[in-house]
Design a protein around this ligand. Sequence first.
Ligand code: SAM
Length: 956
Amino acid sequence: MEGHSLDRQFYVQLAPFTIVSETVALSLHKCFLFGITSARRRIIAAVRCTIRIETPIAKDGQLLVSEDYLRFLVQFANEKMLSNSQRIERFFCAFINQVEGLVHKEAPDSICEANKTQVAKSETQLRPRSIKKSKGCDTQARKFLDLERRQVGLLLRLDEVEASFFGPNSGHVGVSKSFCGMENVSSRECKDTSLEAVCQLKLSLKDQLTILNTAAQVHQRTVRPSNERGRFKCIQLNSLKASELLYRWGHSACPLPPSSSMPLSSLLIFGGYGGSIKQGRQNDLVLLTIEEGKVQSIDATNPPVARMGHTACLVGQDMVVIGGRKDPSKLLGDVCVLRIDKMQWTYPKVGGAYFPPRHRHAAEAFGGKIYVFGGLNNDSVLGDLFLLDTLQMKWEQLIFAELMPPPRYSHSIAIADKKLFLYGGFDGRKVYGDLWLLDLNFLHWRTVVLESIPRFSHSMTFAVGHLVILGGCPLTKHANAVSFLDVEKLEWVHGAVDFPSESFFVRHSATGIGDTIVIVGGGLSCYAFGIKFSPPFLVDLPVSPYFAGRHKVKEFATLNKDHYEENARGVYFLRVDKAHAKVCKDHLKLLGRLDSRRKSTASEDGMHILFPLVAANGCDLGAADPREMLELNKAQCSICAFDCHINLKMVKLEAGTPLKPLKDPHEMLLKALSPLLQKHKYPVSLLREIPKRWERLDDMAILPAESFTSECWSSFGPVVWQMVTNCFSVNRLARQARIKPNSTRDSNLVLLYGHDGWVRHRENGILYCFDATKCMFSSGNISEKLRMAKLDCKGETVVDLFAGIGYFVLPFLAKAKAKKVYACEWNPPALDALRYNLDANAVEDRAVVLEGDNQVTAPQGVADRVCLGLLPTSEHCWGVALKALRPDGGVLHIHGNVKDTEEQQWVDHVCSSVEVLSRNEGRSWNVHAAHVERVKWYAPHVRHLVVDVKCVSKGD
Ligand SMILES: C[S@@+](CC[C@H](N)C(=O)[O-])C[C@H]1O[C@@H](n2cnc3c(N)ncnc32)[C@H](O)[C@@H]1O
């Protein structure tokens, strides 16, 4: 910042890395950039990172912060800048590898080492980083890329562009104007590569696209799949009229089976980001008729909000759209249904479990149900599996005993042969190349250990008996690679598609229709110039010798066939005589073996009860010995009051009774966790540590203190906590503990899963934000907060001697409309939260925060009302409270924990003590208990009481 006169408003801004690049997210994750940008007349000094913080540092020529602070910021920014430059170095090293490959037309691996030396050399030449002035522009030279000299570079121009990067390693490419300029100089074989010359270059859009296409060529040449089985012809559909309607990404594409109204195979494309004139999120429908090669916009009544990153599945005559993102701040969790025959959108009411909003999830329909996995919910990467029953329009969350796929987004799922395949994705750090398989009969996950390449934002579709995987990030590996997974043999084969060089398949859609794959949209994002979309393509598979003659296992018409019928697989029941039914049921429940989604039933002879069993770990229940399976050895039988000789029999009923959705999280957890304990040979008695009740604060479930206390639970790693958070539909998990009996009443909450304990909780229209691991929050006090909120405190001054995070201060101000509240508090985390909450509820102008011991800080003679919300007692502060009251009296709200047999004595004791204390203070007041509020049970036989003590001047 040296050298700038501070004549405008300056900010130090810690802002998100707005290139929003998947490259950047990968290779520069959590990196920082520091720079000064000028936006109109405002100049911003910015440190870019993943969290946005903006600090004004100067205004109208005046520094708003101390020089020391400014120095600290600059030093901080420089540190970030340094670590960032090291990351950029690695990024450029990867880039130059690609460039060398292009220039030498060699495989890049062979020159990697040479490049490292090259980069190191060019780096020494290019340092130090000084600001050079050129005519008419203020330019800071950093590094640059000169293809002829094979040097890496980046130019930072402060007057036009902040800084951006050109990255072949992803679906997004950031190009700074200055960088393009350098590339442009090179491609035109211009000898003058001085910085000044580069700065003065003005690029046309055509030049910019040339740069992008050059990058594409770099990618194309790098792909050489090892076990390549063929190259596939690709027909570009840019002859299509109005094909720019298909220039979009993050959209959905549903194959429509031929029908009387639409006799030809077609694709129905919905939403996404694109647009030929003005780009943005879309809510339009486009029909692509494959055989005719026709693209047309379709009108439908009552369309939903525009979105991208949603899913659309075909169920019968309905296209069911789920979720997506309306804009960066608005995630959607809605279900929109398009009646295809009427082209009419409807919005059914969806019941069942809570389905958290999300985008970049994956969904697939089967048997009238839509399976939805993962996605992004703001910063939370989801790993849940939901099932939407489109007949009943009900969400159900499926909970799994075994390991399930870790959370991710931009992955893909497909269903074939009653198996759900899940592949790839990204969790913000790791790119996944794992393939998971969910058996839809037994709802059992397993991983398929196969050679596969990590990727995300790719596509997966079904064609010629294979799952076909195309495109995705990182681009260097997948630009034209296509992978096939034989769903019967679970074998991979790889091939390559002859795409034209300027096509990029990231966030595109690929739909298998017979032996053809239809690719729509996708592209690359460029920071400086927007998105370059790919034209639509058809890939014909049977031209490859590998696939020629292979039978088409699934045609798209059958794959997408609407079959609502309930899965009629056989279901195993445990038969037990009626006398032992209850104890058997309890034991099955405890083991998590009772399939509570099915009904128990009486046998035909009326003598027995049949309990439906959950299949565990894929074991064949038909072959299982019921006694062994239920761990009914002698010891167990005595524990669970089982008669060892009880007659148990396994019975298979061919048609399963209809599934009832699992609702109770306790039941869901029993089902999910008992096989885990069994597998690791832990005693089933540990299941008693699974909580039956819990509290919810924000997206955190707070479990009772006695939950999951055995060490075995944490020994499983995060998997158990993930299951529990899935069951409660939350992202964080904590275990309650008794509030510390210290003077600050600290929280003892243990965070079991999640990043931090900061929660936002809204109650009675008031926002309470605090760190739940540091500050207590008693939801049992809600009645008292409501009571205080209902008081009419207009014109009153209130003193809260134990303000905490603002439990009562906020109701007094926001609801009871007190004129002023003095808030005494001495605990720093509570003070942070209190100040935040006053501000967040816009009542800070009527609050005075008094930091420190209330014995010292409390005001005197000002209050109409004093609140003493401390447990177990606030007796040591009654004197301070009396002094705070106005000379003519007022009301004290005195809290205390009181034995249920001693309530009246306590009230009498409070009143007489207050009277004595007031007399000692020289006040002449009548003291009486105007009301006693029973707030909650604090412990067995101990109540949290509040007595309203009225002190009235004797003269009144
Ligand atoms: C957390 S609230 C109590 C809320 C609730 N009624 C309860 O006790 O269950 C009590 C707050 O008073 C604060 N506190 C206790 N003694 C104090 C003192 N002498 N001066 C200022 N703050 C005090 C604690 O730091 C704490 O934040």
